[in-house]
Ligand binder design. Structure first.
Ligand code: SF4
Ligand code: SF4
Length: 235
């Protein structure tokens, strides 16, 4: 088994792919990375935590697609392992996710005004349970073409978290106003975020629901208004 891994070459101050042989039989990419670190190069930098797909810390790109190293089963020779995209690189496979995490704060993804009279049922909780399953792995931000070009875009997991609270029956003041700029209308609905999510969360579907909710509350797509605002209907 051969792996090509993106490494930072300190002496030359640039990143390049270096090929490693993994002679030991391993099942997952994380096992291979640990083998390389223990036997070939102790300076290899990557993150890991729970080793069971729960903490979200070991996300990397394999052949251009974001995945969790601990869950990724190795089958082929010469896979290319790179850090997540769209986030500042710290070293080798480690990126700084601060900017992506801050989008949750910008989106004000929490309950704002709790209506204590309204109770939620088990069924209500179940409907939006999946949004709570996000493990903050950052894969969706790596895959998102809009976040790639606009770091102010709120992005997939912040908008998914927003939908969880906007849809909560106890929320007396749904915070959709903060989602109108660099938010729900900027998404291209490409579904790339859904394709890489290890928790099978569809941020795209949540964004569509946020659009509907916003429309019901009197908001509209500013791009549509900008493009067609000059037209008047006549009968
Ligand atoms: S569906 Fe929207 S949020 Fe998801 S990757 Fe595409 S542009 Fe980004
Ligand atoms: S929504 Fe999915 S892909 Fe995005 S951070 Fe959460 S678990 Fe990872």
């Amino acid at each position: 088994m051969k792996l090509k891994i993106q490494r930072y070459i300190k002496e030359k101050e640039f990143n390049t792919l270096i090929e490693y042989d993994v002679e030991k039989k391993v099942t997952t990419l994380l096992e291979a990375l640990e083998y390389i670190k223990q036997t070939k190069d102790s300076s290899l930098a990557f993150e890991s935590g729970c080793r069971s797909g729960v903490c979200g810390s070991c996300s990397v790109q394999v052949d251009g697609k974001a995945t969790l190293a601990c869950s990724h089963k190795l089958q082929e020779d010469a896979v290319v392992v790179e850090p997540l995209k769209n986030m500042p690189l710290i070293r080798d496979l480690v990126v700084d996710m601060t900017q992506a995490y801050q989008t949750t704060k910008k989106a004000q993804a929490w309950l704002h005004l709790l209506d204590k009279e309204t109770k939620i049922t088990d069924e209500d909780e179940h409907i939006n349970r999946v949004q709570s399953d996000c493990i903050l792995c950052g894969s969706c931000y790596s895959a998102c073409p809009v976040f790639a070009v606009n770091k102010n875009f709120l992005g997939p997991f912040a908008l998914t978290r927003s939908w969880k609270y906007v849809a909560d029956k106890r929320e007396a003041q749904p915070a959709v106003d903060v989602l109108q700029t660099d938010g729900i209308w900027d998404c291209t609905l490409c579904n790339e975020c859904t394709m890489v999510c290890p928790q099978e969360i569809s941020s795209k579907a949540d964004i569509e629901k946020l659009r509907s909710k916003s429309a019901m509350m009197g908001y509209s797509d500013p791009n549509f208004a900008a493009n067609f605002g000059g037209f008047e209907l006549s009968f």
